[in-house]
Write a protein that binds this ligand. Structure first.
Ligand code: GLU
Length: 378
């Protein structure tokens, strides 16, 4: 497989060496820079997602423990992000590579306009031959506007960029068939063809509190990346030549997750599925409508709607659920909640009349959600 555009994510302990040091390790960054330069020479566009800002800020602020309160973390990130970027800029300059800092929060991805703006910035950086270096904007991110972990952030960035490959470089060698810290005979899973209950169980279950070695967020990232059309790896970040070993599919390099779809969802659908945030309400549909949406990829028409829940206006993001309550899709509604309630179950020819009786507006789209603005959830 040709990987044209790749995203590489480096975790804090990989960056610092996992010991006492709070500063990013220059030797490691140098090896990373050499590998990224090699990939670029092979014609690949690379974006780096880095953690380590909060930890790097600890030395600057002379903190002896990891900051706990939000303002302390924000202050540490503010100092540490500068330290981190200075070190990257310094080392990558030896390879003739300019670095560009991109700091994002959940809010920047949720708003379609800001999402598209961010994408334009990445495109301009890549076109200019610079290396975008991404982190969460921890200095302003409170819980409500946070992505929260850089595995997920890296997956959202790879979906935003339409990347073909995402590499999560961490201090674990990959996904194991059971917890390697508890079972010495645990075996590395080399290839995951599709994410299923069995895979999730290996990570300690996606709903469990801890997971093994941060595997929970990595599998959540795999879901986003692979269903956006990218291949993903989890690999030991300090393994020499790890990036090319993964992309060249060298055995034992890490765990490979195959892309889910043969045809990649459109940019708008990728945004809808992963970045657009919390739906404002739910449109409940009957089983026949569910089948038509899932199997024929059609628009949602009023006739298939049973009821509407929540509070939404035209253009808002809504969840689509069947009558058992199972949410299976999401999309942008063309009608308000009140209007959906008025036209639920109506044949297309009866919609205008139903809205008239309910005092609805003059504009009467045929679809509650047009298929271009509707995405099925994996
Ligand atoms: N944004 C955080 C930092 O730079 C890291 C978050 C993560 O590692 O998932 O310190």
């Amino acid at each position: 497989m040709q990987f044209r555009r790749i995203v590489v994510k480096v975790g804090t302990s990989t960056l610092t060496g996992g010991g006492e040091s709070t500063l990013p390790d220059r030797v490691f960054i140098n090896s990373l820079a050499a590998q990224i330069a090699e990939q670029r020479q092979r014609g690949r566009q690379v974006t780096l997602v880095t953690s380590g800002a909060i930890r790097a800020g600890m030395s600057g602020l002379k903190l002896t423990h990891r900051p706990r309160t939000i303002p302390e973390k924000q202050a540490a990130a503010s100092v540490g992000q500068g330290v981190l970027m200075a070190r990257y800029a310094d080392v990558f300059a030896n390879y003739g590579i300019a670095v560009g800092q991109v700091l994002l929060t959940r809010d920047d991805l949720r708003s379609r306009a800001r999402y598209v703006n961010a994408r334009n910035t990445f495109e301009a950086l890549l076109a200019a031959g610079a290396l975008p270096i991404v982190n969460e904007n921890d200095t302003v991110a409170t819980d409500e506007i946070k992505v929260g972990d850089n595995d997920t952030l890296a997956a959202l960035v790879s979906s935003l960029l339409d990347a073909d490959a995402l590499l999560l470089l961490s201090d674990v060698a990959g996904l194991f068939d059971r917890d390697p810290t508890a079972f010495p005979d645990a075996r590395l899973v080399e290839r995951v063809a599709a994410l299923n209950a069995e895979t999730l169980a290996m990570a300690g279950g996606i709903g469990s509190a801890g997971g093994t070695g941060g595997m929970r967020t990595k599998l959540a990232a795999a879901r986003i990346a692979t269903s956006s059309g990218a291949a993903m790896w989890i690999a030991q970040g300090r393994r020499p030549g790890v990036i090319s070993d993964c992309l060249d599919q060298v055995s034992g390099a890490g765990t490979y997750f195959a892309p889910a779809a043969s045809t990649r969802p459109s940019a708008r659908k990728r945004w809808l599925a992963w970045a657009s945030g919390e739906p404002r309400g739910t449109v409940v549909v009957n089983l026949c409508a569910r089948r038509v949406l899932e199997e024929e990829g059609r628009s949602l028409l009023p006739v298939g709607v049973v009821r509407a829940e929540g509070d939404f206006s035209p253009g808002d993001l809504v969840a689509v659920a069947d009558e058992t309550g199972a949410v299976f899709a999401r999309g942008l509604t063309q009608y308000s909640r009140q209007s959906v309630a008025s036209i639920a179950g109506c044949a297309t020819t009866a919609v205008a009349g139903a809205l008239g009786q309910a005092g609805g507006g003059s504009q009467t789209p045929v679809e509650v959600i047009h298929r271009d603005c509707l995405v099925l959830l994996p």
